[in-house]
Each structure stands twice: as C-alpha cells, then as structure tokens.
Design a protein around this ligand. Structure first.
Ligand SMILES: Nc1nc2c(ncn2[C@@H]2O[C@H](COP(=O)(O)OP(=O)(O)OP(=O)(O)O)[C@@H](O)[C@H]2O)c(=O)[nH]1
Length: 403
C-alpha cells in the first residue's frame, strides 16, 4: 500500500482525482483503516502536486479559482479594486490563500515577461521606476509624497504608494500608510495608496510589500513609492526592493537626526533636505552642506533642498531621479540590480520560512522555553543552546526521511 501511495505522490495533481475515485470505490476492498490512510496520503499528494504545479511555467490562468481569475484579469486592466484585493490575497497567511496568491503572482510575472519584459527587469527607459523613501517621523514624508506624487500624476504618470511600517507588527499601532495623511493624492484617480498592513512581523510585512510592487506594476502604475520610517531595520529591507533609495530629513541637526544610522545615509542614493522655506532656509542649507561634504567621495550620491509645502525643489528631485534611472539603464545596471534583489529575496524567504518551520516544530517548541531559561540563568551558552536545538531538529528530520 505504501509503495502505491509513494507512486501516487510522484504522479501529480492530474492523476490524483482518478486515484481518489479508485480509492473511494475500493473502500470495501481495502478495509476502513487502510482506506482512510490512503485517502490521507492522496490528499497529501494532491497538495504537494498543487504546490509544485503552482511554481511551474505551465501554469494557466484557468488553474486559478474563478474569483481569482477575474481579479487577475481586472488587475491587468488597471482596476483599483482588483489591485487592492490582489494585495490582500498576497498578504494573507491562510495556507490555501497563500497558495492561490503564489499562483497569481506566477501568472502576473509570466504576463509581464511576455508583454512588458522591461517593466520586470527595469531594462529600458519608459519602464517602471521604484523609489524608496525613508525618514524620521515628522520629516515631512507624507507632505512630500502628497505634493511630489501629484506633480507626477499631473505629468501623466500613475503613482502607487506602499508603506512598510516597522511598528505595526510589534505594537499593533501604525506610523505609516494612513490614507488621511495624503488626502489629495488619495482622491487622485491616477494614484493608488496602500495603507500599511497591520499584521505579521517585519519580514512578513516587507515580503508582501515586495510582491505588492509587482502587482502595482502589472496594474499599470509606473512609479512605485515605498515609504518607511527610518527608525529600524525596515529601511535596509526597503533599499533591497527599490531602484533608488531616498532619505528625507528635516533641517535639524543633533538629536532629531540621531535616529538615522550612518549606514542608511551611505545606502541612500539621494538625500532630500525638506522644509527649506521661511526661517528654515538657512539651517536647511547648512545641513545640505554637511551631507554633501560627507558624501563627496561616494559615487552617484546627491543632496537636494526642497520645500514640500511650497513645492520648491520638487522638479529638481524628479530630474535627479530620472538622470539616475537613465544612467542605470544605459549600463544595464538597473536590470542587474533588480536581478540581484530577486536573488536576495529568495534567501530572505528561505530564512523566514525555515525559521517558521523550526520554531513551530513540536519537538523544538517543547524545548525552547527550557533552554531559553538556562541561557538566561547563565547555565548554558547561547551558542550551545542553539546547537542543541538545531541538532534535535536535524535528527528528527533524518528519522522522518528514513521512515
Ligand atoms: N515648513 C515646512 N513644514 C513642513 C514641510 N513638509 C512637512 N512639513 C510639516 O511637518 C510636519 C510633519 O509632516 P508630515 O508630512 O506629517 O511628516 P511625516 O514624515 O509623514 O511624519 P510621520 O507621519 O510622523 O512619519 C507637518 O506639520 C507638516 O506640515 C515643508 O516643506 N515645510
């Protein structure tokens, strides 16, 4: 019986219903216990086959559930409701929905590869552009995006704003993504603003943002702005999913800018000193000078002055961005950057998923509290405790493989 089931696992989803039929018919022949066991294996086989099929290039639109198929078609037509629902699907942690989301994304990318290959890869001019925007709370990010975004839509661009909110996972509160922060842009038919997701840990939230970018592009948005508060590690993750990473800072020194890590300044392609108006012009110029000299030996770094309220300097910022994109595309650097980012994200997913499997495994779950206590009481070193847990996990895995 086990051999038969093993063979079934290899057969794939197409064959499974036939065997399920066979199995149902042979319930009496197999006996109740064996029948139940075989049905379980078949469901497992069907699930595995489904997952694998979800990842192959032979996947067809018809393989989606009817409602997802409609969403897929409406998404490609640029319908906002479909974009919102597709992103919600991608954010779902429900296993079935996650599988459906994976299929949807596979099909969306397939469509993009065929119809608009440059958009996925950032190959040539005229394709999509992904901008990361980080800055400390109160720097003026929403005011900047509101006015900058509106100047872009006025030029005929379609702008999507996504938020990565480092606070949402831990506190349940939200620093970003509130639609009311950008009232005008929210009403603009050529703009789409996605409030930040209110669940999951940072990695999870960021992962779905990464996928939401592709969905926005498939839906016809050519400028994607990913906003994050520059107070945690989220800006590093965001800089790994955008073409150009920008840091928005207020014209203040010392305390207010202390939260910004040096690393993120160096990671930024463009530093925008905001609030350069009224009494703040002089301090804004001074800050610009400081950053310009700090970055002068670094390639392709810019510092610009703007006032998000008077809109002064916004066209300059756009010009720098377009020049940056042009230079990157000329040398195929943009394509290379996106390709490398995809590889990095593959490993991010693996890290996330493996950790999830590890911590939720019953044999590990039972041991962690005990070992954590020992580590906290200085009875065992953190490294040894980690080794013990990992060894236990590997042993269980080997045992399972043998049986
Ligand atoms: N003078 C001046 N004030 C500005 C400018 N841009 C934003 N502000 C003000 O700065 C304050 C914070 O602006 P927001 O746009 O809410 O800043 P934020 O970075 O989105 O803030 P969080 O939502 O806390 O992350 C508001 O009172 C704005 O009116 C500007 O260019 N000049």
């Amino acid at each position: 019986m086990d051999n038969l089931m093993g063979a079934l696992v290899k057969l794939g989803a197409d064959m499974v219903p036939k065997y399920e039929m066979w199995c149902l018919c042979s319930k009496s022949a197999l006996g109740h216990k064996a029948w139940r066991r075989s049905l379980f294996h078949i469901r497992l086989a069907s699930n595995k086959a489904e997952t694998i099929r979800g990842l192959t290039k032979d996947l067809r639109v018809q393989d989606l559930l009817p409602q997802t198929e409609k969403l897929y078609r409406d998404l490609l037509q640029g319908q906002r409701y479909a974009l919102a629902r597709c992103i919600t699907l991608v954010e779902s942690s429900n296993r079935q929905k996650a599988l459906e989301a994976r299929k949807l994304l596979t099909l969306v990318e397939k469509h993009m590869r065929q119809e608009r290959p440059g958009d996925l890869r950032g190959q040539s001019q005229g394709t999509t552009f992904r901008i990361g925007l980080s800055g400390p709370p109160g720097a003026g990010k929403s005011t900047f995006i509101e006015n900058f975004g509106r100047s872009l839509t006025a030029e005929g661009h379609r702008v999507a704003v996504l938020a990565v909110d480092p606070s949402s996972g831990t506190t349940g509160g939200s620093l970003l993504g509130d639609k009311t922060r950008m009232p005008e842009l929210t009403r603009d038919l050529n703009a789409y603003i996605r409030p930040s997701p209110n669940r999951g840990h940072l990695g999870g939230v960021t992962r779905t943002t990464n996928e939401a970018i592709v969905l926005c592009e498939a839906s016809g948005y050519d400028i994607i702005i990913v906003e994050t508060v520059g107070v945690g590690q989220s800006e590093y993750l965001v800089s790994d999913m955008v073409d150009m990473f920008c840091l928005l800072i207020p014209p203040a020194g010392g305390d207010e800018l202390q939260g910004i890590k040096r690393g993120i300044v160096e990671q930024s392609d463009l530093i925008i000193v905001n609030k350069c108006d009224g009494d703040l012009v002089a301090p804004a110029r001074r800050i610009k000078g400081e950053y310009t000299s700090a970055l002068k030996f670094m390639r392709r770094k810019h510092v610009k002055l703007v006032s998000s309220i008077t809109r002064e300097g916004l066209p300059d910022v756009w010009e720098v961005m377009m020049k940056f994109k042009e230079l990157m595309s000329e040398h195929d650097e943009l394509e290379l950057k996106r390709a490398k980012q995809r590889q990095k994200w593959m490993w991010n997913y693996i890290n996330d998923r493996l950790l999830e499997i590890f911590v939720s495994h019953p044999a590990i779950k039972n041991r962690t509290n005990h070992l954590e206590d020992k580590v906290a009481n200085f009875e065992i070193s953190p490294g040894t405790a980690a080794d013990l847990l990992i060894e236990r996990f590997v042993q269980i895995d080997e045992k399972n493989a043998k049986s």
